[in-house]
Design a protein. Structure first.
Length: 290
């Protein structure tokens, strides 16, 4: 089959001002007022999130309590808000904003679009409560991080791509920096990097493995949620960069990417299978995946 020509239109190149859901919807060719396509919400624009510009952490906390979020969800939202200036709270379809930063605004827009494409009814349970188990919850998170990463690159294309080589450089990180930034021990950090390196090798060379390495399942089922979230974000951002580079190089079609936004992540092994099939498609076609 002939290779798809290199995509000369860089995603996000025509957008101006702050990143917005409209620019991503246009890129994905999703109609805001769609009423024909059964795979789209009847009126996508009706799903747009409420935006709240809080004046203080206390005010935002009280808002989230009124919205009936649980304590863990509130802590996560406040942490993301403080770290990034804005965040999307999927559980209540709400955008919180302290300050406008391009990358975080792009991530909020991409996260909303991904959830809205699934009609806002696949808000993830905490991993320990997931009916499909901790492993399925992990891969659901990886896919969400990856699609949000890709979407934010469409809206904010000057961001450098994540490279797999960064994982090997991660072994040289200073102990004090790691433990202060991540909130878990240096030993746990090295375990996580080992997991990431093995996982990426398994992704690229699945046919060389007789079975999926047992170490992958053991890590996911026996590590803390902090470790798992860090690992999911790392895998997700690498996946997002693979998708973006594959699209630019003409190896990945916009139709395929659009389908990822609409694919359900609910059900047994649904997210895991979606992720492994997608990364095999994005990584085996390019020399950099070898």
């Amino acid at each position: 089959m002939a290779k798809r020509p290199r995509n000369t239109e860089r995603p996000g190149g025509r957008s101006r001002g702050l990143p917005s859901p409209e620019a991503l919807l246009e890129f994905l060719r999703i109609e805001r007022y769609a009423d024909v396509d059964e795979f789209e919400p009847r009126y996508f624009v009706d799903l747009y999130p409420e935006v709240y510009g809080g004046k203080s952490i206390g005010v935002v906390r009280r808002l989230l309590e009124r919205k009936k979020l649980n304590p863990q969800q509130i802590r996560t939202a406040l942490y993301n808000l403080i770290e990034n200036g804005s965040c999307y709270v999927a559980e209540r379809n709400l955008v919180l904003c302290f300050s406008l930063r391009l990358q975080s605004a792009a991530e909020c827009a991409a996260s909303f679009v991904h959830h809205a494409c699934r009609r806002l009814n696949e808000i993830e349970l905490p991993w320990e409560e997931s009916p499909e188990g901790k492993e399925e919850g992990f891969y659901r998170k990886v896919v969400e991080y990856g699609i949000v990463d890709f979407g934010s690159r469409v809206l904010c294309s000057m961001r450098p791509l994540r490279e797999e080589q960064e994982l090997f450089g991660a072994y040289s990180a200073e102990r004090e920096d790691v433990e202060e930034a991540l909130g878990f021990s240096y030993r746990q950090y090295i375990e996580t990097v080992d997991f990431l390196v093995l996982h990426r090798d398994f992704e690229a060379h699945q046919r060389r493995y007789a079975v999926r390495p047992e170490l992958l399942s053991r890590f996911i089922n026996n590590r803390s949620l902090k470790q798992l979230d860090f690992a999911a974000r790392e895998l997700g951002e690498l996946f997002g960069s693979d998708l973006y580079q594959g699209f630019i190089e003409g190896e990945i079609s916009k139709r395929f990417i659009r389908s990822l936004f609409f694919r359900s992540l609910a059900g047994s092994q649904c997210a895991r299978n979606l992720y492994l099939n997608a990364v095999q498609r994005t990584r085996t076609k390019r020399p950099s995946a070898k």
